[in-house]
Structures are given as structure tokens and as C-alpha cells.
Unconditional design. Structure first.
Length: 421
């Protein structure tokens, strides 16, 4: 049986903390897409840790962590991450498995990402510049190098061939930066990566499933950044939705049971692209300040706004969300009034549907206001103790979405999660 935890907005919903919380109930935690563009924050012994490629179950020593075939993996970043994880686990190699079919991010992918963003000018996506787009392009373009290839005696010639191809592209884009240092670091990291347990991820996971083991699939980014269903072209290059679990791990759809969708109690986005409920005023500033809304991977300030139920309903639909987890509810503690977006007005017409493109239209979010609870909820342990105003806010969201909020996160700590009775 496979359960999934994924983000329903534009990423950074708090997936890392939630996966870390639920990991004890599973045997395997597996990442199925994305790469080091992700930044998943969790706390171990009160120390803040940000994971980029290693699954958020790594600190539970009896759990297996798998980097699935749908992931694009940067050996250099993996090496650095292992240094971060090392002090907290006895042997990080013991429980970390990597699929042979996962694609490798090369230094030239990172350079191409940068060149592509520079070429876009004002229309840039705001990529994390980790090489995600170019690496997935080489996957679908059938050129990429996979983790299994690192073990092949022809790896070097394969690498040089692809690098030359990339160099031609970079030259045509007038990218002049010297990346020779990046290459040295990369080749050292490749050597480091060869020492990991590199497996046929699909057999590995299915063999475990047939033995009755439980798998928790950890999503990266969020549904509105999905390459098919997100706010294209301001998206990432993978399927972030639950369908990505099947293709990104090699599991059949009927193996998936719970789809736990994580949403903030409000909304944020980092990078460019449409964001209908974005607040440009003091309230937005307040959300950013209280919520500490700065990117875990890039440190960029996150754009903030009210919760967007039109987009959330869409995300619940395309994912088949079975339960919701609402994070960062405590960030709203001090607000007198809370708004939620229930409809989009486009050219004078109201709709509850997300249009196929949001970049070339003006969307006026239709807001419904709620009274804030105006008290500190960070120490609350039981749902009976949650404020009435919060119950009204959450019940409205439950009814609108037709899916129930089952947990409310009231702080970044491992123990700050209230189960709704
Ligand atoms: P992810 O990418 O979905 O894992 O989320 P990030 O780690 O990028 O961003 C979430 C941020 O919010 C992190 O700094 C978390 O420590 C923090 N966080 C998670 N849940 C809560 C919560 O309920 N309340 C508060 N105040 N912070 C939270
Ligand atoms: P987690 O897993 C928030 C955004 C980038 C940019 C767009 C494309 O931590 O939630 P890319 O690097 O993929 O080419 O960037 O997607 N983005 C994220 N935003 N959280 C993330 O991951 C993100 N990963 C990518 O800011 O707008
Ligand atoms: Mg993040």
C-alpha cells in the first residue's frame, strides 16, 4: 500500500515537516519527482534541517528512503546533503537507496538553466537554477544520463558527448561563464555517488509492497507547479501530482490509498507567474514576516496572499485528495480578519474553474471574509481547544472542497500538529 503526501499550492506548504511526522508509520519513504529545486524543512533535535533530494524519512533510522526514477539528481548537492545529515544518523548510506533510472543533473544543465532564464528576460520563470528544466528536457529528449549509467564503463564518453552538445547550446546562447570548477566537483561527486545502493527502484518497491510493507511517497513542489496542470509556463518540469507517483516510482495506481494534500492556511508562491490572491499591501508583508516566508532553497522572499479555494479545489480534483493537512495556521493567529477566494472574476464573468492559462488575463479574486481567532494556538494539542472562529474557517473550506482537513499544523515543530477529532 502506498500513501502520498504532496503540496496543493505553489510549493513550500510544509511537506517536509509532515512527511517527517508520518514517517514512523511506514517502512519506506520515497521521493518520486523533482530534484534539488525542492527545499523541505524539518527539525531534528531542535536543529533546523533543509533537505533537497534525500527523502524526509532519513532521520528515522529504521526506515528505508528511496530516491525514485522520477527524480532528477545532482550528485554535487547529494554529497553536500549527506554532510548535513551525517551528524544525526549512524550511517546515511545504510538506508538510502537510489533508482538506476533516475536522471543525473550535470553542471551544464545548471548552466543551461541560467542561460535560458537570462534569455527570457522579464518573462523568466524564476527557476531555482538547479538545472531541473534542462535535465528533464534531456530525459524526454532521450539524451540524458541515468544513475545506473554512472556504473557503466562507458560513462565518461557518454558524459563528454552530452557535455559537448550542451556546450554548443550554451555558445549559441552566448553564455560565457567559466564552469570548469563545477565539472571537477561533479566528477568527484559522481565517484561519491557510486558508493550508494543503486537499485532497480521499481522492483525494489514492488517487492516490498508484495511483502506487505508500507510506502509513503513524498511529493516536491506543489500542484500549481505541475508541468501539465500548473500555471504553465511558470511551472516546474515534472508531474507533481499524484499521477507522478506511478510514473516516478513504478507503482500501479491501485496501490495508492491515501492522498494527503498539504495546504497552508493562506497561500505563497516563490518565483514568477500568476498568483490570483497575491497581496501587495501591508497584510501581505505581515504574512511574510510572521510566516518567515523566505525560500528554503534560494532564500528569496515568498509572495504571500489569501488561501485560493478555486485553485485548491482544482488541485484536490487532479490529485484525488482523500484528506487535507492545513499547515501554518498559527501564522494567522494575529489577524483580525481572514479572506478566502471562492471565485475568479474574469472579464466580468465569475467562475469556480481554473482557466487553462492565467498569464494573459486579469483575474479578480472574489473574497469571502471571516473573523480571525486572534489568539495564540501554538501550544494547542487537542482539536477541542481550537478557537471557534478557526472551526468556522476550516469548516467552510471543508464544505467548499468536499474534502476534510484532518490535521492542523500550529508551528514548525515535530509535535505541533493537531489531529481533528
Ligand atoms: P516544503 O517545501 O513543503 O517542505 O516547505 P518548506 O520547508 O519550504 O517551507 C515551510 C516552512 O514553514 C519551513 O520553514 C517550516 O519549518 C515552516 N513550517 C511548517 N509547518 C509550520 C507551521 O505549522 N507553522 C509555522 N509557523 N511554520 C511551519
Ligand atoms: P518544494 O518542494 C516552491 C518554483 C521556482 C520557479 C518554478 C520553476 O520546496 O515545495 P525550477 O527550479 O523547478 O525550474 O523552478 O518553480 N519552485 C518551487 N517553489 N517550492 C519548491 O519546492 C519549488 N521548486 C520549484 O521558484 O518559480
Ligand atoms: Mg520548500
Amino acid at each position: 500500500m502506498v500513501d502520498v503526501i504532496l503540496g496543493l499550492q505553489w510549493g513550500d506548504e510544509g511537506k517536509g515537516k509532515i512527511v517527517d511526522y508520518f514517517a514512523p508509520g511506514y517502512d519506506i519513504v520515497a521521493r518520486f519527482q523533482g530534484g534539488p529545486n525542492a527545499g523541505h524543512t524539518l527539525y531534528v533535535k531542535d536543529k533546523k534541517i533543509v533537505l533537497h533530494q534525500i527523502p524526509s524519512g532519513i532521520f528515522h533510522e529504521d526506515k528505508i528512503n528511496l530516491i525514485g526514477n522520477g527524480v532528477v539528481l545532482d550528485p554535487v548537492i547529494l554529497r553536500k546533503e549527506c554532510e548535513t545529515v551525517k551528524p544525526f544518523v549512524s550511517d546515511y548510506r545504510k538506508n538510502l537507496f537510489i533508482s538506476k533510472r533516475a536522471h543525473v543533473i550535470l553542471p551544464t544543465h545548471r548552466a543551461l538553466d541560467k542561460a535560458s532564464e537570462l534569455a527570457k528576460g522579464n518573462e523568466k520563470i524564476g527557476s531555482t537554477l538547479k538545472g531541473i528544466g534542462p535535465a528533464y528536457m534531456d530525459k524526454t529528449g532521450r539524451n540524458g544520463i541515468r544513475v545506473g549509467d554512472l556504473l557503466d564503463k562507458n560513462f565518461t564518453s557518454h558524459y563528454i558527448k552530452l557535455r559537448l552538445k550542451h556546450q554548443k547550446l550554451l555558445d549559441s546562447m552566448h553564455f560565457g561563464e567559466d564552469i570548469s570548477d563545477w565539472e571537477e566537483e561533479f566528477l568527484e561527486a559522481v565517484e561519491f555517488m557510486r558508493q550508494f545502493k543503486i537499485v532497480n527502484g521499481e522492483y525494489f518497491i514492488n517487492d516490498n509492497l508484495s511483502k506487505g510493507k508500507k510506502v509513503l511517497a513524498e511529493g516536491a513542489q506543489g500542484s500549481m507547479l505541475d508541468v501539465d496542470f500548473g500555471t504553465f509556463p511558470f511551472v516546474t518540469s515534472s508531474n507533481t501530482i499524484s499521477a507522478g507517483v506511478c510514473s516516478g516510482l513504478g507503482v500501479a495506481p491501485q496501490k495508492i490509498k491515501e492522498v494527503m494534500g498539504v495546504t497552508k492556511a493562506y497561500c505563497t508562491r516563490v518565483g514568477g507567474g500568476p498568483f490570483p490572491t497575491e497581496l501587495f499591501d501591508e497584510t501581505g508583508e505581515e504574512l511574510r514576516k510572521i510566516g518567515q516566508e523566505f525560500g528554503a532553497t534560494t532564500g528569496r522572499p515568498r509572495r504571500c496572499g489569501w488561501i485560493d479555494l478555486v485553485a485548491l479545489r482544482f488541485a484536490c480534483m487532479v490529485n484525488g485528495v482523500t484528506q487535507l493537512i492545513m499547515t501554518k495556521a498559527d501564522v494567522l493567529d494575529k489577524f483580525e480578519k481572514l479572506d478566502v477566494c471562492t471565485e475568479y472574476e474574469i472579464n466580468g464573468e465569475k467562475t469556480k474553474e481554473v482557466p487553462f492559462q492565467l498569464s494573459r488575463i486579469e483575474i479578480k479574486p472574489q473574497l469571502k471574509s471571516f473573523k480571525g481567532w486572534n489568539r495564540d494556538i501554538t501550544a494547542t494539542k487537542s482539536s477541542d481547544q481550537l478557537p471557534e472562529e478557526m472551526k468556522t474557517y476550516v469548516n467552510f473550506i471543508n464544505d467548499y472542497l468536499g474534502v476534510q482537513v484532518r490535521y492542523i499544523s500550529n508551528g514548525p515543530g515535530r509535535d505541533q500538529l493537531v489531529k481533528i477529532k
